[in-house]
Design a protein around this ligand. Structure first.
Ligand code: COA
Length: 167
């Protein structure tokens, strides 16, 4: 399968304006609203890269680093970090921009794993990713470290559950 670059599928600056119906009871942007937009955009990127239907397999390291306020502009940046056999890590970053001052704050960072699915609902191979820039190469390398951690954590959970069943 021919490889693709991150720029073939990335979303550079999807922008969303925070209105009063987007706020939580503290009066800042509701995190669930931001998560929903992120999951949709990550699906778009995964489907662009794989040219297949993709499902969210996992979401990890989601950090809300700063609040966004009414009237702020949320800028979503989403790209494939790495592709393996049937899965892809999609990284996303959200900035909150103050429209009056132009100040931009780093609001959210998160990593999704999406899996491509064929017509029989089975995981299906995806094209390899060809990182080009220095940042893309760094994300590509780090994605493999995170995948190893995810696998180790899943294996540890399985082991603990099996032990709990025995006792
Ligand atoms: C994701 C899903 C398709 C994986 O199916 P599965 O039978 O476990 O598939 P496999 O064990 O063959 O794994 C397939 C790939 O998924 C990856 N994967 C499976 N579970 C994962 C998880 N929890 N986190 C990250 N990756 C995962 C595997 O590492 C593998 O990747 P690779 O082929 O690149 O090496 C299946 O668990 C599923 O359908 N989940 C529900 C998805 C869903 O409904 N999402 C919400 C709505 S979109």
């Amino acid at each position: 399968m021919e490889g693709k670059t991150p720029s073939d599928s990335e979303i550079k600056d999807h922008t969303y304006k925070v209105f009063p119906n987007d706020l939580n009871s503290r009066g800042t942007a509701f995190g669930g609203m931001v998560m929903s937009i992120l999951d949709r955009l990550a699906a778009v990127v995964a489907e662009r890269h794989s040219a297949q239907t993709c499902v969210t397999a996992s979401v990890d390291s989601m950090h809300f680093l700063a609040p966004a306020h009414r009237g702020d502009h949320l800028i979503f940046m989403v790209a494939v970090n790495r592709a393996w056999r049937t899965s892809m890590e999609i990284g996303a970053k959200v900035l909150a921009e103050n429209p009056r001052t132009g100040e931009k704050r780093h609001m959210v960072s998160v990593y999704f794993t999406f899996v491509a699915i064929n017509e029989n609902e089975q995981p299906s191979p995806v094209p390899p990713l060809i990182p080009e820039t220095a940042a893309e190469k760094r994300r590509y390398k780090e994605a493999d470290i995170r995948r190893s951690r995810r696998k180790a954590e899943a294996a540890e959970t399985e082991k603990r559950r099996a032990q709990d069943k025995k006792s």
